[in-house]
Design a protein around this ligand. Structure first.
Ligand SMILES: Nc1ncnc2c1ncn2[C@@H]1O[C@H](COP(=O)(O)OP(=O)(O)OP(=O)(O)O)[C@@H](O)[C@H]1O
Length: 364
């Protein structure tokens, strides 16, 4: 049995909480990621006290997931949702700011600031995890770079930073003076990931203000250089990172990625609602895994339905930016650090169209 997010979810679903509900009923498991032998997920709790009460639940969840075949490491993070008085919560990590002093308290700042040298900041968000937000970010960056734009990617997905793997960079970014951070480069893209700043196996358990400080640093202390656009890969959902970003940075707008299923769309609506509240313009919606093209015969099928995101965009009076096919090669190339948009096949063409559209709209 291969471990998938569903397998992980299933393994812990019936663990009973102190209030008698199961984990599944309480609906507090977020952002499950399976990365090789490493499984990560978040338990969303109200506050530090709730986190302490859930310690046995966390321990049981860890035990069960560790017992799954092929699982080598389990990282569980407990966080408070945005808007709650987020306290440092006990978990697998200690909430220490990583080296290079990332994750310090935010410095005073009058309203959202531009990032020097960066013309557009475009956030890529999703309501639900696993809909392909990181894949879309990496490939869109490649397509924009191929179209001649100067592109950066900031991986702010604290729960499962995947841009280093998808864009094929590793190691720790240099900081010759201990203050400014040198980003990485590959495929013509300037890259920085919160994951590159953490020690191996370190769980991110930062409080809201620490996260805000980390976001501020990633935007202001990284030597991004002159960029036409900086794409920001957000964690799924509507949490502290989204809040920090939109409050601290002059974000041009957000793009929402969804799959066509109703349940993903429902979550996408929540994400759109959050950006509306934060007064961040929603630039449009993208339908990922829209159609499946058989690699052998070229036959096209719609496994998750089709057109749901386009009709949602119409209902919400938002631009529909395009649809991206479900292809095995998209995953394989993402895992190998060479995004599929480097090639000219059907996915590459879809991303090239998306890039053209954003350039024409003046946001990239
Ligand atoms: N169009 C696609 N065709 C095939 N596989 C895809 C496609 N888009 C994404 N995937 C695969 O689906 C998985 C989830 O994608 P990805 O990590 O980009 O999602 P995400 O929304 O960023 O998830 P997370 O919530 O973990 O941040 C990955 O294995 C990725 O390779």
């Amino acid at each position: 049995m291969t471990v998938t997010r569903e397998v992980v979810r299933g393994a812990i679903a019936d663990i009973v909480l102190p209030d008698g509900r199961s984990l599944a009923q309480a609906d507090i498991v977020r952002a499950i990621t399976v990365d090789g032998g490493t499984v990560r997920f978040v338990l969303e709790v109200a506050d530090a006290e709730a986190a302490r009460a859930l310690a046995p639940v966390e321990a049981e969840a860890r035990r069960r997931v560790e017992a799954l075949p092929e699982v080598e490491k389990v990282q569980i993070v407990m966080t408070a949702p945005a808007g709650k008085p987020a306290q440092p919560v006990a978990s697998s990590g200690q909430g220490q700011a990583p080296s290079l002093k990332l994750g310090q308290h935010p410095t005073g700042q009058a309203g959202p600031q531009p990032v020097p040298g960066v013309r557009n900041l475009v956030a890529i968000g999703s309501g639900k995890g696993g809909v392909g937000k990181s894949t879309v970010t990496a490939n869109l960056a490649v397509a924009l770079a191929r179209a001649g734009r100067k592109v950066g990617v900031l991986d702010a997905d604290i729960y499962g930073p995947s841009q280093p793997r998808m864009l094929g960079v590793s190691g720790r970014p240099a900081s010759p003076d201990g203050k400014r951070i040198e980003p990485m480069h590959n495929h013509g893209i300037t890259i920085m990931s919160i994951g590159l700043m953490l020690k191996e196996g370190e769980a991110v358990v930062w409080r809201g203000p620490m996260l805000m400080g980390a976001m501020q640093q990633l935007l202001q202390q990284v030597n991004w250089g002159e960029l036409d656009v900086l794409l920001i890969d957000l964690p799924p959902g509507t949490g502290d990172v989204q809040l920090s970003l939109c409050q601290k940075a002059a974000v041009t707008g957000a793009i929402i990625v969804s799959t066509p299923q109703d349940v993903a769309l429902l979550d996408a609506r929540r994400a759109i609602d959050m950006f509306n509240r934060l007064k961040t313009p929603v630039l449009g919606l993208i339908e990922n895994m829209s159609s499946y093209v058989c690699p052998n015969c070229g036959h096209e099928a719609h496994l998750f339905g089709h057109g749901g995101v386009a009709s949602e965009a119409r209902n919400l009076n938002l631009p529909f930016l395009g649809e991206l096919p479900l292809l095995l090669d998209v995953r394989l190339s993402g895992d190998s650090g060479r995004p599929i948009a480097l090639e000219d096949g059907p996915a590459g063409q879809a991303y090239a169209r998306l890039a053209e559209r954003l350039i024409a709209d003046g946001v990239a």
